[in-house]
Design a protein around this ligand. Sequence first.
Ligand SMILES: [Zn+2]
Ligand SMILES: [Zn+2]
Length: 428
Amino acid sequence: MVKLHRRIALGTVLAAGAMALYQWGVENGRDGRSLGLVESANAASATVATGWSRTGTAPDRGVYYPGTEELDPDEMRVIACGSGMPMPRLKQAAACFLIELGNGDKFIFDMGTGSMERIYALGIPLDYIDKVFLTHLHMDHMGDLPAFYIYGPQNNRSKPLRVWGPGGGGTRPEWGTKAAMENVEKTWAWMTGTLAGTIDTRSFKMEVTEYDWSKVNNVIYEENGVRIRTIPAIHLEQAVSFLLDWNGMTLAFSGDTVPNRWWVEHTQGVDFAIHECFLTPNQAIEKWSFSEPEALNALTRVHATAALFGKVMALTRPKHAVAYHFQNDSDTLPGVMEAVESVYDGPVDYAQDFMVWNITKDGVRTRMAVPNRESYPTPPLAEKIIDKTNPYIPPAWVNEGWAEEAIPFVEQIYTDFNKEHGTNFKFK
Ligand SMILES: [Zn+2]
Ligand SMILES: [Zn+2]
């Protein structure tokens, strides 16, 4: 009982500390900028903020409003569009990170369930985010990819979706990304088929590149000064970690893995390391209703529990680390932080959805993004092309079922519309 009290007390202190630290990070962007406040009312040398106005914009709002900040040519921006777990929750989608580069390229690393609406809430035209890289084919890392693909035409994507995922390496072909994506296309055959001739369906093309997941330092993408390599992970079979090299910087991203020697060897001192970090064994027992053996197995043989995340970061010393893939709440974070920071004292953020990082060679700024909760599709950036050579026509008897009483009303809608738009459409 005493022990429990002590744990709760320590947890509270850590939680308060974490909040204070977080607040500090949010307020000043961790770049030493002025907080925009009078530092001391009485001090003779008090600093007075400038740039504030009753009618103008605030000089620093401390958060990131998507679409309002230009990316410098040498800058990288990463946004957590899913920091969570295969256990669905409103607060955290499953694994998904958007990486935006100052050269205009954008990449999505993993697209777990729930992540798509986070991506849409950033208001980025879909033609700009046509490249998706999958570390492995668990639902919490690719579950929203079918929806992201199928929703293309309805959300003004005009380009084929490009997908990179594991295959080969001795694994069963039917378990590979090509087979999975072929089955996605087959699953939605009715939907894609019945849209023919009515909307621009060019984005129903999918270009799948299967990479050999077993290779070490395998270059799977090289375009426009950006290189993406894979190293194997230890997570059943077929899982990898990604290394993105651009502009003299390296970003490392683990999907799921236990501490592995490839990560330790190839991510030494990288600029930005995003790595899975599960809850502690006791938290898994308490929060997930896991048995003791289940908790130990999941957290040390399939995934990296918080202490193992800390150990991996201590072994590799990235310039900035990000822990994700756990339910990040006020009562779990202190325990996770305690486990991580018992072995690692470097800079680390504990990801939540919409955490955003601006990364340059000079350092990393961490903030929270303020997404648009009421997003609409962004407008098309290419002229819509509707292929009418083989349009879908529903069975005649279905259309003949139109309620006769409603026909004068629909004809009136056409009349009113034509009057307003100067058109001459007829209802058939
Ligand atoms: Zn997994
Ligand atoms: Zn996972």
